[in-house]
Design a binder for this molecule. Sequence first.
Ligand code: DC
Length: 213
Amino acid sequence: MIIAIDGPAAAGKGILAKRLAEHFGLALMDTGLIYRAVGMNVVRAGGDPEDAEAATAVAEKISAADLDVGDLRSDTAADAASKVSVVPGVRAALLAFQREFAANPSGGAAGAVLDGRDIGTVVCPDADVKLFISATVEVRAKRRVKELQERGLEAIYARVLEDMKERDARDQARAVSPLEPAKNAYPLDTSDLDADQVFERVLEYISSRNQEV
Ligand code: DC
């Protein structure tokens, strides 16, 4: 069983992916983390994440160990990830990495949950379940501010909102694998829902589909 979850940043994909993986006993891959690892490896080597050649070379060498590095949740990593993710060579290299995981999930699990931007459209177009999780940019910025503050970091709403709009625009406008719902994805706007309600709605959707089959 493959569950593909796509949507913009801070829409609630991560927590949903984790809960679905636990519920169904599936392996979990946060694909944004791979783009973050590529971006940070470029930055750490003194390179520019917008340098297509440097970013592609790093992406071709990425391994599971690179995903365990500490600072991948930072805004610097998010920004670098968004920049390397427009590079076609980076996307091609990471496509193979993600498909390998989906085909052979870790721990011998019977399937996987992958969350990202192009899972249902490109990485796993044959996924059994495709979800497109969104929320207004204002709600997502508020959630991100709360999350940063809970981690003891300073966060200014206006700045987070601007950054998020910039990243949304970059993710949606890129030529290769832009952020968009797969044609047969279940769309869910989480602006007025908490994590429990999102999980319940998705479980209802999955069970209604299973009854159709
Ligand atoms: O989900 P996230 O914030 O960790 O993602 C970081 C960046 O990586 C995001 O701006 C777009 C990119 N990304 C992508 O292009 N394709 C994916 N499947 C996952 C993330």
